[in-house]
Every structure is written in structure tokens, then in C-alpha cells.
Ligand binder design. Structure first.
Ligand code: OFO
Length: 165
């Protein structure tokens, strides 16, 4: 059984994952409209992964005798300025998610909920990968600079990049 505090914290994370999925969906749509096909495919897939992170939490909360809440979500923005800025935002967003997961791990320890602590290790590992992936992409972007040919190749190649989940 989850304590009230643990259940509340897990429900907050459900919202964070759902909002992450929406943010990447908005990025996918923006990139698609801009003709950045590869980048948009990457973002659509990333959005699906976040939904999967959310579902995994929902199942866990309900399995442990809690009640996973499905709430309204903050709307993401529509425009992202440039693909460089968009990937910078993705990186910052993942850092925010990592902090949120760390908080959750902290609550699990405070509540002496070792089952949840164990469950959350998957998310801890996932965040290490996601942050590394985002940093890697930013490195590639800084190599391209303003080179149009580089952007063409980046757009083509980024769709192959995925985080194993
Ligand atoms: Fe991109 O992170 Fe979910 O957890």
C-alpha cells in the first residue's frame, strides 16, 4: 500500500510525464510544419516514449492500491523559434524531469517505501540516457553551425537516434 504522500508524489510525476509527452508532440508538429521531417519523426517518437513513462506510473500506482489521477495539462507552446533552440529546450526539459524523479526517489526513501524506490530505478537510469542523448544532439548541432548541408544530414540522421526504453 502506498502512503498518501507517496501516492501524491507519484501522481505529480504522472502529470509531469503527460506534459512532457505534450511538449514533444508540440515540437513534432512545429518541426513537421517547418519541413524538418526527420526532426519531427524523432519528436513524435519521443512523445510516445513519454506517454509510455506515464502509463508505467499509472499502472504502478493502481497496482499498489492507489488511484492514478488523469488531470488536465498545461498547454505547451506552439512555436520554438529554431531547431537549435528547440533541442536546447528539450535538454533543459529533461534536466527538469531528472530533478523531478530525484525528488520522487527522495520521498520514497523518506516514506521507507522500498518497493517504490526499486520501481523508480528504471526512471533514474532512463534519465541518465535521455540527458546524454540530448547533450549528444546539442554537440552535433554546434558542429553544424549555419551549414545548410549539415542541417540536411542532421535532419536525415536524427530520426535514427532513439533512447532504448
Ligand atoms: Fe524524457 O523522461 Fe520521461 O521520465
Amino acid at each position: 500500500m502506498l502512503t498518501d504522500k507517496m501516492e501524491k508524489a507519484l501522481n505529480e510525476q504522472i502529470r509531469v510525464e503527460a506534459e512532457s509527452s505534450q511538449v514533444y508532440l508540440a515540437m513534432a508538429s512545429w518541426a513537421e510544419v517547418k519541413g524538418l521531417e526527420g526532426i519531427s519523426l524523432f519528436m513524435y517518437r519521443h512523445s510516445d516514449e513519454e506517454r509510455m513513462h506515464m502509463l508505467k506510473l499509472i499502472k504502478y500506482v493502481n497496482e499498489r492500491g492507489g488511484h492514478a489521477h488523469i488531470t488536465d495539462l498545461k498547454a505547451p507552446k506552439k512555436n520554438f523559434g529554431s531547431f537549435q533552440k528547440m533541442f536546447q529546450e528539450l535538454y533543459e526539459h529533461e534536466i527538469f524531469v531528472s530533478q523531478s524523479i530525484n525528488e520522487l526517489v527522495h520521498v520514497a526513501l523518506e516514506e521507507k517505501d522500498y518497493a517504490t524506490h526499486n520501481f523508480l530505478q528504471w526512471y533514474v537510469a532512463e534519465q541518465i540516457e535521455e540527458e546524454a542523448l540530448a547533450r549528444n544532439i546539442l554537440d552535433k548541432i554546434s558542429l553544424i553551425g549555419n551549414d545548410k548541408g549539415g542541417l540536411y544530414l542532421f535532419d536525415r540522421d536524427v530520426q535514427q537516434i532513439t533512447v532504448d526504453s
